[in-house]
Design a protein around this ligand. Structure first.
Ligand code: ADP
Ligand code: ZN
Ligand code: ZN
Length: 748
């Protein structure tokens, strides 16, 4: 039982206030827990605060600490729960309690934004015209006015409808209930498309889908709050399963959160949920301001909505009776926060669900190695959807060996096979996607004759090019000079491997001068809506070829695309990170899935210098199992997650020497500097580094990293706690920021 409680006061204030420490009187020691609201003496009055941490460590002079007066019985449980979640995040991911609270609780703003409601037409023009006729006949003049205005503009503000058209709120509601329009609040996702065909909700689940729903619901009814991994290829009906689960859970007056990567939060996806659940749904996205986010959360707290859909941060929607959390595309990297606390939405969702007695469903066609591992260990339960609903076959997929091309004199980025297929598709007026799976910043060094890639002898990841002819390992700092000839075959074709979409675009235009080429990458999607504009222009067949980075392979359906070319699968295979094969497998599987989604059969061509790599072969066959088996072996041998756990300690400073010294001191504190194993708290750990981060200097901030591997996560948490204390009490860290990242999803 803890002696002291750290208490935060005034969480509804604009800025989260300081944390104060209090003694816990003996009579409360049994009862008190993190998240509880308590009465505390403060100055010369009594105020309320929330317990954020229980500890035996007195931070101030013990004699000066005051005692907690009592526990507030009528406090709001959901706020307590969210604070307890913040405390869990602080403990498991590091950072301050304040940072954790700011992540979990949206901060209110002084003046509350007025809610702007918008009406949007849901039916087609023809349907609307027929309806207008009917209204005219029945002398429903208010309805006629409203519909006529909507038919012209598609959308209309609530205010205009009421004031300018003199239409009453009840008329608007009636049209909403009839499914003629939707009422959207300003914070709601908006899309330039204003008309859409409304369909009756008429999907009845097939046997497999129903089985999935039933097995989750059976546990749910028994009060089990487990985690499920729903594995099924795109088009196998996962979203329908989610919606059925949501329908059942909300029927019992509990609420649901659906996490979807922002990039997949498209109009189509969102409308599917609106169509089924109407205005009980709210959508969140990163474009919302703090104030708008606050309003959304208030609506959730007040019971105005039951379903929240959004990216990572939607996880913190303060539903009082949360019953279900769904994480779609659970393998996506965007579920990991890049800000302190660097939490993973998957783990945090599970922690929240445990507090709320809710269920978590993780969905993916290519589950993360981590989730598959946990499903195999029995931590999660695996549910599979094995059939595609529409029974459309997957694209045929072939691998082209670029070494062979070079040997036969073809030095272009397009293999003869890909070129030939492109020529043919262009003739047939079918569309093509060329995909450059470029990720990461530093290039790697490889041989174009034999495919050999220079790797770190200690970490089994590719060495990154660092200028001046040096190659460096981003994990351990190992360094060697770039070779002049290939150490494997002696060929002189050894060099840095870099290619950009812009260059590819130019080369493709030269190869096919009459084809219309669109490019989509970071540069062309910077502007507002440019992302959607490029996609819709391609969907409208205003271009023949779309060249782009991984952002084009995510979940977009183009019925006329019958050929997908992956230009160099190796690009993501050598990102100098232990996730390289996993990412490559996911990207290639998704890319291949883009071809032949309409009625036309499709082909995928994967070009590579490493045609025998297991992740390329498995992706080509869409064979998740064999990929997983090989990958988990590699993780086991190298003690990488999910078999072991990995903690990254990042030291950043404006002064290179301070960052370096800070990292050295921490490494020394943990024990030693070598590569071998050592002990920490009786547990074996491996310490690697310190090394310069992959991008060693950003905006004049120098970064050093230390990697620590341990079998148990909690060993690393204890280690982090030790480092945090050390840093706090040590003046050398005044100009060094020390951050922690547990099981990072990408390299540093
Ligand atoms: P996923 O989320 O796995 O990609 P979806 O749930 O989006 O799959 O389903 C793919 C398509 O099949 C959607 O258009 C969906 O409406 C349809 N669909 C799914 N399940 C059924 C079903 N049981 N009956 C009819 N259509 C279905
Ligand atoms: Zn070679
Ligand atoms: Zn190394």
């Amino acid at each position: 039982m803890a002696e002291y409680a750290n208490v935060i006061v005034g969480i509804s204030l604009e800025k989260l206030d300081r944390i104060f420490q209090y003694k816990i009187p003996d009579r409360l020691k049994q009862e008190i827990s993190v998240g509880m609201q308590v009465d505390i003496p403060f100055g010369n009055r009594n105020i309320k605060g929330y317990v954020v941490e229980l500890t035996d460590l007195a931070e101030y002079e013990i004699a000066k600490l005051k005692e907690i007066s009592g526990i507030v019985k009528e406090s709001i449980p959901i706020t307590s729960q969210m604070i307890a979640l913040a405390a869990w995040m602080k403990k498991n991911y590091g950072g301050t309690m304040n940072q954790a609270l700011k992540t979990v609780l949206p901060v209110s703003q002084k003046k509350k934004a007025k809610e702007q409601k918008t009406l949007r037409l849901l039916i087609t023009g023809t349907e609307a015209k027929n309806l207008l006729e009917e209204y005219r006949r029945k002398h429903n003049t208010a309805r006629e006015r409203l519909l006529r205005a909507l038919l012209v503009s598609g959308v209309l503000s609530w205010e205009d409808a009421v004031k300018k058209l003199s239409v009453s709120g009840s008329v608007i509601k009636a049209l909403q209930e009839a499914g003629i329009l939707v009422i959207e609040s300003a914070c709601v996702y908006r899309n330039p498309v204003s008309h859409l065909v409304r369909e009756e909700y008429g999907v009845s689940l097939n046997e497999e889908q129903l089985g999935a729903v039933e097995s989750v619901m059976k546990d749910y009814r028994r009060g089990c709050c487990g985690t499920y991994l729903l594995k099924g290829v795109t088009g196998s009906g996962k979203t329908e399963v989610y919606m059925e689960l949501i329908a059942r859970v909300t029927k019992e007056r509990r609420q649901a959160i659906v996490l979807i990567p922002e990039i997949a939060l498209t109009y189509q996806t969102v409308m599917r949920f609106y169509r089924r659940f109407g205005d009980r749904v709210s959508i969140m996205n990163s474009r919302l301001s703090q104030g708008e986010r606050y309003d959304q959360f208030e609506r959730a707290k007040n019971g105005e909505i039951d379903i929240m859909i959004g990216p990572r941060s939607a996880l913190f929607t303060p539903f009082a009776h949360l019953g279900l959390i769904i994480i779609d595309e659970e393998h996506e990297m965007s579920y990991k926060s890049e800000k302190v606390p660097r939490y993973h939405a998957r783990e945090t969702a599970i922690a929240r669900a445990e507090m709320a007695g809710a269920i978590v469903v993780l969905g993916s066609a290519t589950p993360s190695v981590e989730s598959s591992y946990r499903a195999r260990n029995g931590e999660y339960r695996l549910i599979e959807l094995t059939k595609r609903v529409n029974l459309r076959p997957l694209a045929t997929c072939e691998v082209v060996d670029l070494r062979q091309e070079l040997r036969q004199g073809n030095r272009s980025i397009l293999s003869r096979r890909l070129y030939g297929l492109m020529e043919e598709r262009l003739k047939k007026k079918q569309q093509i996607i060329l995909f450059l799976n470029r990720r990461g910043i530093a290039g790697f060094v490889s041989c174009r004759a034999c495919g050999h890639v220079i790797k770190c002898p200690h970490c089994d990841v590719s060495l990154g090019q660092h200028g001046g002819g040096r190659m460096v390992c981003h994990y351990c700092g190992y360094e060697e000079r770039e070779p002049v000839v290939c150490p494997s075959c002696g060929s002189p074709y050894i060099s840095g491997f870099k290619a950009g979409t812009e260059k590819v675009e130019a080369l493709v235009k030269r190869a096919f001068p009459t084809a219309r080429v669109l490019r989509m990458d970071m540069d062309t999607t910077r502007g507002k809506d440019s992302y959607e504009r490029i996609l819709s222009s391609f969907a409208n067949q205003e271009a023949d070829i779309l060249v782009g980075t991984q952002m084009i392979v995510k979940g977009h359906d183009f019925a006329n695309v019958t050929l997908v070319g992956v230009l160099a699968a190796d690009l993501s295979l050598h990102i100098g990170d232990y996730h390289a094969s996993e990412r490559t497998f996911q990207l290639l599987t998704q890319a291949a899935g883009r071809a032949g989604r309409g009625d036309l059969p499709g082909d995928a061509v994967i070009q590579t210098y490493d045609p025998d790599h297991y992740c390329i072969r498995a992706a080509c066959r869409q064979d998740y199992e064999s990929f997983y088996r090989r990958e988990i072996e590699y993780r086991k041998i190298m003690y990488y997650p999910p078999v072991w756990n990995l903690l990254v300690i990042l030291c950043a400073s404006k002064e290179e020497s301070a960052a370096g010294y800070g990292a050295e001191c921490l490494a020394g504190l943990i024990g030693g500097d070598g590569r071998g194993g050592r002990e920490f708290a009786g547990k074996k750990i491996y310490l690697i580094g310190p090394a310069a981060a992959a991008v060693a200097k950003v905006n004049d901030i120098y970064k050093k990293v230390i990697y620590i591997k341990a079998e148990n996560y909690q060993t690393l948490v204890a280690l982090k706690d030790m480092c945090e204390r050390f840093v706090r009490d040590n003046r050398d860290y005044r100009n060094v920021s020390v951050q922690f990242d547990f099981n990072p999803v990408s390299g540093f």
